[in-house]
Design a binder for this molecule. Structure first.
Ligand code: SF4
Length: 428
């Protein structure tokens, strides 16, 4: 029996967004440790020490192995049988590992102790461990902790937990004055493009969080207005609001329309004149529209099915539908933060089947029944679905690839059109 239950009726209450269905059952999603792969590339003086099992170590290494580019800034302190059996003092062993690591790697300025399923099972209190290590290490390095365990988090929630752990360390600005904070990991190239656009329209006090270096943490206070660059940062946003920062509601910067609307919301809050805003975005917006037009030929009218994975599904569905003319078969998402996604949801057709959570077998049945042209799913489902004749796109690529902003709009569309072109070639 399908456990799909309609739980939210906002569409009926007049906000214009489709109904959201909720599903509970077996899930096929990575755990939050996966976020380390992009977070360690972003914060260049941080180290992520997973306190976990060999399984956790294998997960990170195989996910990172595809794109490893420098000396890793992550590792695993292995919890072995002696720790699990309570024969060793796990705290003592962890302290030894941390001291040895910092002695070998003096470049580390921020150390994250990342909890996992095994550390939760043996009830290793990593917040106390971080507190103890901070007292031992002095001001040379800061130790923070968060959980990336599969019991508590899925995939991109790891980034949310990591950023939320950093927020309490942020200082308030000394001088008053409105500041813009862009929240969520973006590729450096995307960050530079956005900074340029904000500066050009006259917003000069702009910070990005997480920063590239732990020594450049943004200043946050009641004068801070923040834009989310990613849709999966509910806890981080809550923590920032607790410091007095204000969220700027906006769609996410995917595609030409998404990026325009995202920038426009910031411009409005900062009182930028319409003609200044339009002059700023004119050229890059035209480039984005032109880049998209090439892919529209391939994607227009094609049916797409999203399995829940990265929490990017709703903004992606909006982009693919409204900017490229794709039909939405089902949009699955592990979690849906209503407030942060409101501006996206109202742009989806009212009959879109949005499913929060997952019962993988039920969802596979619906996918087979819908027979979509393209399926976006995790690695574990992609191969079996390809074997059944479906064309798939790995959801993880959408997190690892720079996709935000005007200049990346064409690349983002290409991630969806390429598998279809490849399939056509194979058939031919
Ligand atoms: S944290 Fe849990 S789900 Fe993630 S790799 Fe380790 S054991 Fe597996």
């Amino acid at each position: 029996m399908s456990p799909v239950i309609p739980i939210r009726q906002e569409a009926a209450s007049g906000c214009g967004a489709p109904e959201v269905l909720q599903e509970r059952g077996q899930r096929e999603v990575f755990c939050g440790l996966t976020g380390i792969i992009w977070l360690h590339r972003k914060i260049q003086d941080a180290f992520f020490l997973v306190v976990g099992s060999r399984t956790c170590a294998h997960l990170i290494q195989s996910a990172a192995g595809v794109m490893i580019f420098a000396e890793p800034r992550f590792g695993t302190a292995i919890i072995d049988e002696r720790d699990l059996a309570g024969l060793a003092d796990a705290n003592e062993e962890l302290d030894k590992i941390v001291h040895a690591l910092l002695q070998r790697r003096p470049d580390i300025k921020l150390l994250f102790l990342v909890g996992s399923c095994p550390s939760e099972v043996i009830k290793l209190d990593l917040s106390r461990a971080a507190y103890r290590l901070n007292a031992q290490l002095g001001s040379n390095v800061r130790v923070l902790n968060y959980s990336g365990s599969g019991i508590e988090t899925t995939f991109t929630q790891g980034e949310d937990a990591c950023l939320a752990a950093m927020v309490p360390t942020l200082q308030a600005p000394v001088k008053p004055g409105k500041r813009l904070l862009v929240v969520g990991t973006l590729a450096d190239v995307v960050e530079d493009q956005f900074r340029k656009l904000f500066n050009k329209m006259g917003i000069t006090e702009v910070d990005f969080f997480p920063p590239r270096h732990s020594t450049d943490m943004p200043l946050v206070g009641p004068d801070t207005e923040f834009l989310l660059a990613q849709p999966f940062l509910a806890d981080t946003a809550r923590q920032l609001e607790a410091l007095g920062a204000k969220h700027i509601p906006a769609p996410f910067p995917l595609g030409a329309m998404g990026t325009t609307a995202w920038l426009a919301q910031a411009a409005k809050v900062f009182g930028i004149a319409d003609n200044t805003f339009e002059a700023t975005i004119d050229a890059p917006q035209k480039r984005a529209l032109q880049a998209l037009s090439k892919h529209r030929v391939e994607l227009n009218g094609k049916k797409i099915f999203f399995f829940p994975d990265s929490q990017l599904e709703i903004p992606l569905a909006r982009f693919l539908h409204s900017e490229l003319g794709m039909q939405l078969s089902e949009v699955g998402t592990p979690y849906l933060h209503r407030r942060h996604l409101e501006a996206e949801l109202v742009q989806l057709p009212q009959d879109t089947r949005i499913v929060e959570g997952q019962d993988v077998e039920e969802q596979l049945d619906r996918c087979r029944q819908d027979s979509p042209d393209l399926v976006v799913c995790g690695l574990g489902l992609a191969n079996p679905l390809e074997a059944e004749g479906f064309t798939t796109k790995w959801a993880i690529e959408l997190v690892f690839t720079p996709i935000q902003g005007f200049e990346q709009a064409g690349d983002l569309a290409g991630l969806f059109s390429r598998p279809l072109i490849r399939r056509l070639k194979l058939v031919a």
